[in-house]
Each structure stands twice: as C-alpha cells, then as structure tokens.
Design a protein around this ligand. Sequence first.
Ligand code: AMP
Length: 291
Amino acid sequence: MIANNGRLKIAIQKSGRLTDDSVSLLRACGLEFEFQKQSLYSPCRNFDLDILALRDDDIPEYVQDAVADLGIVGENIVREKRAQVETITKLGYGHCRLTISVPQRSTIRTVGQLNRKRIATTYPSTLKQFLRSQKLKAEVIELSGSVELAPTLDVADAICDIVSTGTTSRMNGLRPLHVVLPSEAILIANRETMKNPAKKLLVDRLFIRISGGLQARGKRYMMMNAPSSAIPRLKRIIPSLKSPTVVPLAEEGMVALHSVIGEDVFWDVMEKLKRAGASDIVVVPIETIIK
Ligand code: AMP
C-alpha cells in the first residue's frame, strides 16, 4: 500500500523504450533517487516526490484515478486509453507516429481507398475515431502484437501501428499511407492534483526544473574573443545573438562575447565567426535555462 502522505507521486514506464530517458530527465532535474526496475516505488531523497515504476499501458488510467499524481507516457497511449488527464508538457523524446501502412504491392494509394477494407491494429480506439472522422467504414481487427505480420497472413489489407525509424515496416514489405497521430513522451497530471494548492505547488516546482532542462536541450554556451569593432559583424552572423554579453578584456580594444547557440547551427557559423574576427571560440554544454 502506497501512503497518501502529501508527497507527489509520478508514474514512469517500468521497463521499455521510455524508461532510461524518463529516469535521466528526473535526474537532470536534480532529483536524487535509486531506480530499480524490480521495485515499484523509489522515493526521492531531496524532493517530496515518489517515483512509481509501472507498465506504460496502465499509466494514463492510474493518473486519471489518482493512483499517481503525474505520469510520463507516450501521447499515443494517453489518446488510446481516452484518459481524462491534464497534459502539462511534451518532453521531446520517444518520438513515433501511429501510422496506417499497406503492403508495398497494394493498390491502396489513398486513405479513401481504405473504405470496406480490413485494418489490423493494437490501437482500436484511436483508429476507429480516425475512421469516423474520415467517414470511412473499415473493419478494425484488434491484435495484441506483431501487427506487421497481419497482411502477410491475409488477416488484414492494412495495418495501423507505431512507427519510428520505419525499419520494421520496410523489413515487412509495408509502405506508409497516412500518419494518424504523431506522438512523443508527455507529462500528464491528475485533474484533482492540479486543483490541490499544496500538490500544485510541488508540480510547479518540478515543472520549472523540467522546462529548464527542455529549454537547454540542443543548446550550447559559446564564448569567443574579438576586436570590439567586429561586434556588429558577429551579431549579423548569429541570428540568435540578439543581445550577447560583452565583457572587455585586459587587452585594449578586445572583448569577450558570450551567447547561447543551437548546436545544430554551431558548426555552420563557426567558420564565418572566425572570418569575421572571432578567435578562441569555446563551446560548453548547458544543463538548464530557467526563464
Ligand atoms: P515500448 O517500450 O516498446 O512499450 O514503447 C513505449 C513507448 O515508446 C510507446 O508507447 C511509444 O510512445 C514510444 N515509441 C517510440 N518509438 C517506438 C517504436 N518504434 N515502437 C513502439 N513504441 C515506440
């Protein structure tokens, strides 16, 4: 029995694709805890939070029913379970797409051609909702796994399944027809928790830490030296360099510029910065950005 002791309870996937990233996310928030897949319950030593390790399929319902206050789970599962929960934020990992695919040689080329066809899926609720929205009448065949084999076994004309890289689909001779739902890991909350002032305070404190980590993702802190006359040129090269920190150096006419930069653009602009007069460019990782 888990005590209702005023501490926040967050459910994460016990063992699967989202587990490692979810544990890393919580650790990056400065939370100290031991996490073992075998144990249901891991208390945080330095925050009023307990971590529950559960099957991801169960997380939306447990959060809806207040077994946990918060949950980290794929948006695809929350939608399929039609859970009555609040979505706090997307978390930027666990990206995938619930996709309708057909065999390579199928004559089905458009969503409309799925009318009166058989579609195998482990996501019957989301698929039926999609078919209704498209005014299509197709037979939904509910399977509990290995959906990609259904066309080969002539159990279905199409499948509706989770795809991330597309390798499994290709290996099974399938071609994507339509993305029903793009998905990633999300943070969800019980609706009553968000109305309880003491719990809401804890959720807000946790959210500041999580969003700080999300803001910092893909960003680097960059420092460089340059002659002060080069500042306008350097600002033009880096679009994000709206208002860099400029620190005078001991050497007359020289400054140090500090700024945050996206890691995706860094290598592109680095050579231009050098040509514009920057030297001694140092780039370091950022752990968090609190706005
Ligand atoms: P799993 O550990 O396989 O049960 O997957 C857990 C969650 O990871 C899924 O519900 C999706 O939200 C997400 N996910 C990301 N990529 C994939 C993928 N290729 N197949 C299945 N799930 C994926």
